[in-house]
Design a protein. Structure first.
Length: 191
C-alpha cells in the first residue's frame, strides 16, 4: 500500500513538472495573433499551469506611446470562459503620521541657546488597484487592444472558473494558460 501511495505521489510530481515545462512557451505556440496590425512580440508575455478554480496574476509595464495587444489562450480542459482583468497599480500618499523633531540649529531672536521644535509630516503610501478592464463584461473576449498614454504599472489577473476542491486525493484539472503581449509604436491621429 505504501509503495502504491509513493508511486502516486511520484507520478503527480513528475506530471506536474512535465506540465510546467510544456507550458513554458504555450503563449507563443497557441495564442493566435494573426488578426489586425502586425505587432512586435513583447518579452513580458507569459504562460503558466493553472488549475480550475484558481486565480493567478502577474505584472506588466505598459510604456508611454505604445499600442498593446493582450491575448489570453488556454487548454480546452479549462473551458472557454477564462476571465481576465487588467488593473492599474497606483501609489496613494497619505500624510497622517506626524513626527516631532528637535533642531538645535534654529535660534530664536531672543535667545541663541533655546532649542526649538517643529512638527513635520512623513508621507506614507499604499498601493491601490484601479480596475481598467474586465473581459466578463465583454462577452469573455480573449483579446484587448489599448494605447498607453503614460507609462503604467499594470496587473493582469486571470481566473479559471471551476471547483478548486481540496478533498483528499482529488485530481485537479490543470492546464496551460498563455498571455501573449505584443506592441507597436502609436501612430499619431488627426490631421
Amino acid at each position: 500500500m505504501k509503495i502504491l501511495f509513493f508511486s502516486l505521489i511520484a507520478f503527480l510530481t513528475i506530471g506536474s513538472s512535465v506540465a510546467q515545462s510544456e507550458c513554458h512557451m504555450y503563449h507563443k505556440k497557441n495564442c493566435d495573433d494573426k488578426e489586425g496590425i502586425m505587432m512586435k512580440y513583447d518579452s513580458q508575455s507569459k504562460s503558466a499551469v493553472i488549475a480550475k478554480g484558481q486565480t493567478s496574476e502577474f505584472h506588466l509595464v505598459a510604456y508611454r506611446n505604445l499600442d498593446y495587444r493582450v491575448i489570453i489562450c488556454s487548454d480546452e480542459v479549462l473551458g472557454e470562459q477564462v476571465q481576465f482583468k487588467i488593473y492599474e497599480k497606483k501609489k496613494v500618499y497619505t500624510h497622517n503620521k506626524e513626527e516631532t523633531t528637535s533642531s538645535e540649529e534654529e535660534y530664536s531672536e531672543e535667545s541663541s541657546s533655546e532649542t526649538s521644535s517643529k512638527r513635520s509630516t512623513i508621507p506614507e503610501h499604499r498601493i491601490v488597484k484601479e480596475l481598467l478592464y474586465d473581459n466578463s463584461t465583454d462577452n469573455y473576449s480573449n483579446k484587448i487592444e489599448f494605447t498607453a498614454e503614460t507609462t503604467m504599472s499594470l496587473l493582469i489577473e486571470i481566473t479559471v472558473p471551476g471547483d478548486g476542491g481540496t478533498s483528499k486525493l482529488k485530481l485537479r484539472e490543470i492546464g496551460c494558460v498563455g498571455v501573449l503581449i505584443s506592441h507597436i509604436k502609436s501612430q499619431p491621429t488627426g490631421f
